[in-house]
Design a binder for this molecule. Structure first.
Ligand SMILES: NC(=O)c1ccc[n+]([C@@H]2O[C@H](COP(=O)([O-])OP(=O)(O)OC[C@H]3O[C@@H](n4cnc5c(N)ncnc54)[C@H](O)[C@@H]3O)[C@@H](O)[C@H]2O)c1
Length: 284
């Protein structure tokens, strides 16, 4: 989509990190931006900040794991700006540990937000984009969606699923006439609050995590991820690559060069029938 100015973008997980950077970058292109997030206080601050810089914005409280909430987001975006052109299905959460120790509540939470959140975004918005005959969908996956990472079982599973469904979506959009484009974002570590994802977890998840915290066989994932994230890429840099991908209709967005090498190494091992090699940190 060459023309962004005057058009409307919807960004989920827009109160923090990559989503906030995406909202800023799209607003800087002259887009109207609908910021959606489950963390209402941070969302309100983010929207006020952007509006203060002259952007046309709307904040909508939304839980992407709930299909009705994402339908409500579409309705609010249309009520505010009359159309939607770019949809960034970006909200995501992390949860870790050896997967046999990860509480079922965490599996449900991470898959609900990271995978079904993207599915709900596609189901709510793609018909609208197809109907108007233009638009672009950006799904935030991760390098962990291309190469598996130990101690991040639910996250790795959700992000592999997002890469796969985004590839299928790209094919389906081409087969539907090619008026609507798609991209999948697969960064390694980015300087955000992903290591503090639990701040927005439902009470049942935090309770299950705290009662299962003892006796873990894995490393302290929160500290490890916090260190890796602190040394990660600036989210603004990631966001500018996404804007370029929307403009140029580029499907894969791999901000970190080493990710392609990891994909090739995995494919080579797979073609030789070799088991995966444990490598951490491999992805964000
Ligand atoms: N930070 C990294 O290193 C990294 C690397 C690869 C991919 N990612 C992905 O980037 C995306 C954004 O994460 P981030 O790193 O900016 O983290 P972040 O925690 O800074 O931001 C995530 C945002 O999503 C929101 N959110 C959480 N659950 C939600 C829900 N149910 N509905 C709506 N919003 C919800 C949070 O409130 C938060 O504002 C995620 O999909 C994440 O998996 C991050």
């Amino acid at each position: 989509m060459e023309q962004l100015s005057g058009r409307t973008a919807v960004v989920t997980g827009a109160a923090s990190g990559i989503g906030l950077a995406l909202a800023r970058a799209l607003a800087a292109e002259g887009m109207r931006v609908v910021l959606a997030d489950v963390e209402v206080e941070a969302l309100t601050r983010a929207a006020a900040d952007l509006a203060g810089q002259g952007a046309q914005v709307r904040a909508v409280a939304c839980d992407v794991s709930d299909p009705a909430s994402v339908d409500h987001l579409r309705a609010e975006a249309l009520a505010a700006f009359g159309a939607v052109h770019v949809v960034c299905n970006n909200a995501g959460v992390g949860g870790g540990g050896p997967m046999w120790e990860v509480p079922v509540e965490t599996w449900q939470w991470v898959l609900g937000v990271n995978l079904l959140g993207v599915v709900h975004g596609i189901r709510s918005f793609v018909p609208l984009l197809l109907e108007q005959g233009e638009g672009h969908v950006v799904n935030t996956a991760s390098a962990a969606g291309l190469v598996a990472v130990p101690y991040m079982g639910p996250y790795t599973a959700s992000k592999h699923a997002v890469v796969a469904l985004s590839e299928a979506l790209s094919m389906e959009l081409e087969l539907a006439g090619g008026a609507v484009g798609a991209s999948v974002l697969c960064p390694m570590w980015v300087r955000t609050r992903i290591h503090e994802s639990e701040r927005n977890a439902p009470a049942a998840v935090t309770e299950a995590i705290s009662s299962s915290a003892d006796g873990t066989a894995g490393p302290d994932m929160r500290d490890l991820v916090a260190d890796l994230v602190a040394g990660g890429m600036d989210p603004a840099e990631v966001a500018s690559m996404v804007v370029e991908a929307v403009r140029r209709r580029r499907f894969y967005v791999l901000p970190h060069e080493e990710v392609a090498a990891g994909v090739l190494a995995r494919a080579a091992r797979l073609s030789r029938g070799e088991a995966p090699v444990a490598k951490f940190p491999g992805a964000g």
